[in-house]
Structure formats: C-alpha cells, structure tokens
Design a protein around this ligand. Structure first.
Ligand code: NDP
Length: 501
C-alpha cells in the first residue's frame, strides 16, 4: 500500500467504497459498549458508505432479528434512547448481518466465507476478541481462503505482555497480512486533543520554536483513573500499570509531545518520527532505579465520601499480590532536542479524580527583574487536558491589579475549552475516528510493529531493573493522589507535579 495515509481527517466517504466490516467478538464488552455505539454514530453522521455491511461474528446461536434486537437494546443502554434517531437506527440495523462461528473451529469458517463472498466486498476484520484467539482467527481465515491483499485487520491492545510475546503475536499477523494491512489500536491516538497536539505544535510557530530543552524545563504526563479494577482483577493482576498503561497510552502521548516535525502528515512520516523518540529513550540505570521510579498499590480508603476497598480487598482478589496499581517514573530522551529535559510519567487507579493531562513546564527566564520571592511562580505552563473534558490552557504571568499591588505577579490561564469554542461540533469518541480511518485505510492513527516492540523493550528493561532492585510497593489510600513517595521522587530532581504536591 502506498503511503497516501494522511492524518488529515476528512469526512468524505471516498475510500470507503465496497469496504465491509467483519466484527469478531461482536457480543463482547468492547463491541457492545464501544464499537456498536461508534458505528451508529458514524451512521448518524452519514460517514459510512452506502454499501458498507457489517458482519457480526459470535459463537452464540442467534437469528438476525434477535441480533438486531440485542444491538438496539445495547444502543439504548449506552447512548440513551433519546439520543437515537429512528431513521439512522433503521439504516444502521439494515447493515447488520450475523454469522455463528466458534473461532477455534476451522470448519466453522466455511459458512462465514460463503456469506462474505456473496458481498463482493473488500473486508476489514476487527478482532474484538482476546488476543489468544488472534492466531486461530488468522490461520482459519487463511485456510478458508478469506484473506486477500485488499483485506485489513484491526487488533486491540494488549499486543503481548513483553517484547518476546509481542513478537510472537506480530509474527503470526505477519504470516497472513502485510504490515500495511495491519491496524493496531491505541485508542488514545483517536482522541481529539491528541490530534490537536499535532496542530498545536506544528501549526503554531510560537510553540514549535520553544519546544526543546532550551526552553522547556520538564514535561509531565499524568493519567489518573478514579475507578478501581471494575471486575477485571484477574486480567489486571497479570498486567499492572506499567504494561496496561505506560507501554501503550503514556508512551504514545510521550511520542506525540516529543517527536520532531514529520516531513509530511502521512502515516510513514509520523510513525518514523515516533520511532526515533522510542529509540532515544534511555534505559533506567538499575543502580538508580529508586530515584527514577515509584510503584504503588491502593489500600482501603474513601471515594466520594464512601468507603472504597483496597486492591487486595476488591472482589475476585485471590492473592497477596505485588502488582502495581500506580507508577510514577522519570524518563529521559537522549537526543538533541530533549537531553536535560526529563519527562515524568504518572498513572494510577483509584485516584482522587479522573484526569489525563500533559503539562509542559517552561523554564523561567535566566535574568529576573521581579521580586525574587515570586520566583516560584515565574514559569509558564501549557496544560493540555484530555480528560474529563478536552481543553488547552496556557498559564501566563500578569500583574496583580490594584494601586496597592506594585509589581506583584499572578498566574492566570489563557484557556481554550473545546466544548465552548467549538460548541457546534460534537467531540467524537476516539473509536469513531479510529474505525472511520481504518475503514478508509489510513494508518496514521495506528501503531506500527516497530513502535510496539520498542515500547516493550524499554518497559521490559525497567521492569527487570525494579525486580532486581527489589523495589517495594508504596501504599496509597483509595481516593487519594497516589503515594507521597511520587512527590518526593520528582522533588529530589527539583520539580513538582502540577496539581497535587
Ligand atoms: P470480552 O471477553 O468481553 O469479549 C470477547 C468476545 O470474544 C466475547 O464475545 C466472546 O464470546 C468472544 N469469544 C471468545 N472465544 C470465542 C470463540 N472460541 N468463538 C467465538 N467467540 C469467542 O472481551 P472484551 O470485549 O473486553 O475485549 C476484547 C479485546 O479488546 C481484548 O483484546 C481486550 O484486551 C481489548 N480491549 C477491550 C477493552 C474494553 O473496554 N472492553 C478496552 C481496550 C482493549 P462469548 O461472549 O461467547 O464468550
């Protein structure tokens, strides 16, 4: 496939012609909670091509009317009945088809192939299934002769649990699909504000000229979740925050902040620049791991004035686990642009509030003419918030007003709240953009194999370092801002978290 994969998102239906979607795991959580509502929204926005059909694949016995009733209930549940437009709903339900397949049974794929052949359509296979099924699905589709050069495959995280296991999955995919046909999802890349980082950085020379170690003191990337384990204790306990969040979402955000300007807005250019950042990430020195890394696990606490159980007291908790539900770390990028400017990454579960933000802490000027007592506020900060609402705010210093105030400084935000400035536009869910771009064949917002593997390589090294240093888990109460050691860690490097230290 040529690299006509531009990250410019247009709303035309060009490129969608005769591309149909085959959704494996169609009755699973991801499909019902995210993908079906997303497809409905695309339908309602008239962004799906007229001839696009959707094949729901699952192992339960259903007839098509039962399936449609189930999907309608799902849309009511997740979007709200008042949000559904009857014409859009009816158009959407008409696209749905059903095929019962036990995905590990090769023989079951013959019926699927027969139905797909009748469509005379190119296929996008979306694997909303456990990754342990990827290999079977690809192999059986291949044996049934259902894969050709025009097919695409969309796969979800996690791609493995370390470098070795990710290679196994990637090797399997590569047996049947060319890299240009593989779309690995990291849903953070579909978020409007993450897309906006490209516009903010590369369309505003004001920022790009300052975007380096001369002007930026440090960068903070925080992803705090207020929820705990949500019934997924067994899954999460095998992963932990490093593998579940840092390896993918936080490193993708880091890449978007740190990468050099791509020469063009194409998938190859953007992904090449991200790979350069991942290659330049410095391993953490095992001797100094405790100065660069804090691991935590939440204990019993309070959330919204209600008692909240600790990680080991959650439903389904079965072991005295050493899995980290919080991690804060100091990353360094060894290149011309960033040497000397650390990136602090922090993510935790059962924190005080749900917030995802990137904060660029600019350096104070070398020569101060203001009262030295005010030095602590003389840095500008650019706060890029992804959750709970999307906004960008630049903290600037002004004079406190009033005849009695002399030259007393204060920090105020220049604030862009997208819900207000672009109130006519609905902010799309990340999955809407990703599904649309996958259907168009645009890989810009998807993760390339080398990105996944370099990210694992860096994370594996850090995990080995903390295991050999026998780093201890720090306690933090459910509903708090994480362990105090995370504040101590950043403060020993002369920095502070933006919100909560
Ligand atoms: P679920 O377990 O809810 O869904 C998996 C689906 O696969 C189920 O519908 C299940 O069918 C089906 N399945 C399993 N085995 C077979 C089989 N032999 N034949 C036919 N169908 C089978 O998982 P999720 O939806 O939560 O996750 C799917 C993928 O998405 C995973 O890779 C996950 O890591 C990823 N993901 C999920 C997110 C989410 O929010 N849920 C977020 C990010 C990633 P049955 O119902 O019959 O068991």
């Amino acid at each position: 496939m040529s690299d006509n994969n531009s990250s410019n998102i247009d709303t035309s239906t060009e490129g969608l012609l005769s591309h149909s979607l085959v959704l494996f795991g169609a009755l699973g959580d991801l499909s019902l909670r995210k993908l079906m509502p997303t497809l409905y929204q695309l339908e309602h926005a008239q962004l799906l091509s007229d001839d696009l059909k959707i094949m729901a694949v699952a192992r339960s016995a259903f007839n098509i009317d039962e399936l449609k009733a189930r999907i309608k209930d799902t849309l009511n549940q997740y979007l709200g009945a008042e949000q559904l437009n009857s014409e859009s709903l009816s158009r959407f339900l008409k696209r749905l088809h059903y095929c019962q397949v036990d995905l590990i049974q090769a023989a079951d794929y013959a019926a699927l192939k027969e139905k797909l052949d009748a469509w005379h359509s190119r296929m996008t296979f979306y694997l909303a299934t456990p990754p342990s099924l990827y290999s079977d699905i690809c192999q059986h589709l291949h044996s049934a002769n259902a894969i050709n050069n025009e097919c695409r495959i969309v796969v979800e995280k996690p791609i493995g649990h370390d470098l070795a296991s990710s290679k196994v999955i990637n090797d399997k995919l590569a047996l049947y699909f060319d890299e240009s046909q593989i779309f690995r999802i990291d849903h953070y890349l579909g978020k409007e504000t993450v897309q906006n980082l490209i516009a903010l950085r590369f369309a505003n020379p004001l920022f790009e000229t300052q975007w380096n170690n001369q002007y930026i003191d440090y960068v903070e990337i925080s992803v705090a979740e207020d929820v705990g384990i949500e019934g997924r204790w067994g899954y999460f306990d095998k992963a932990g925050q490093m593998r579940d969040m840092v390896q993918n979402h936080l490193l993708q955000l880091l890449c978007m902040v740190a990468m050099d300007p791509p020469s063009q807005l194409t998938a190859t250019s953007i992904r090449d620049e991200k790979v350069k950042v991942l290659r330049a990430l410095k391993p953490i020195d095992p001797e100094k791991v405790n100065k660069h890394l804090v691991l935590g696990q939440y204990t019993d606490g309070q959330f919204q004035q209600q008692p909240a159980p600790g990680y080991l007291n959650e439903a389904d908790a079965v072991t005295n686990s050493g899995t980290e539900t919080f991690i804060a770390l100091r990353a360094e990028i060894a290149n011309w642009r960033w040497t000397g400017t650390p990136f602090y990454l922090r993510t935790g579960k059962r924190m005080a509030s749900k917030v995802t933000e990137v904060i660029i802490h600019f350096k104070a000027s070398n020569h101060q003419i203001f009262d030295p007592k005010q030095a602590s506020i003389t840095q500008n900060q650019l706060v890029i918030r992804l959750q709970p609402y999307e906004s960008i705010s630049l903290q600037v210093l002004t004079k406190e007003q009033g005849i009695d105030k002399q030259m007393q400084l204060r920090r105020d935000p220049l604030h862009l709240d997208f819900a207000q400035t672009q109130s006519q536009a609905r902010i799309p869910d990340a999955y809407e953009r990703l599904l649309l771009e996958a259907l168009k064949g645009n890989q810009s917002l998807f993760v390339r194999r080398d990105e996944v593997e370099l990210a694992w390589q860096w994370c594996d090294q850090i995990r080995q370092a903390w295991h050999s240093a026998e780093l201890e888990l720090e306690d933090y109460a459910a509903g708090s801002n994480g362990p105090k050691q995370a504040c101590n860690m950043i403060e020993t490097h002369g920095h502070r978290w933006y919100e909560d230290c």
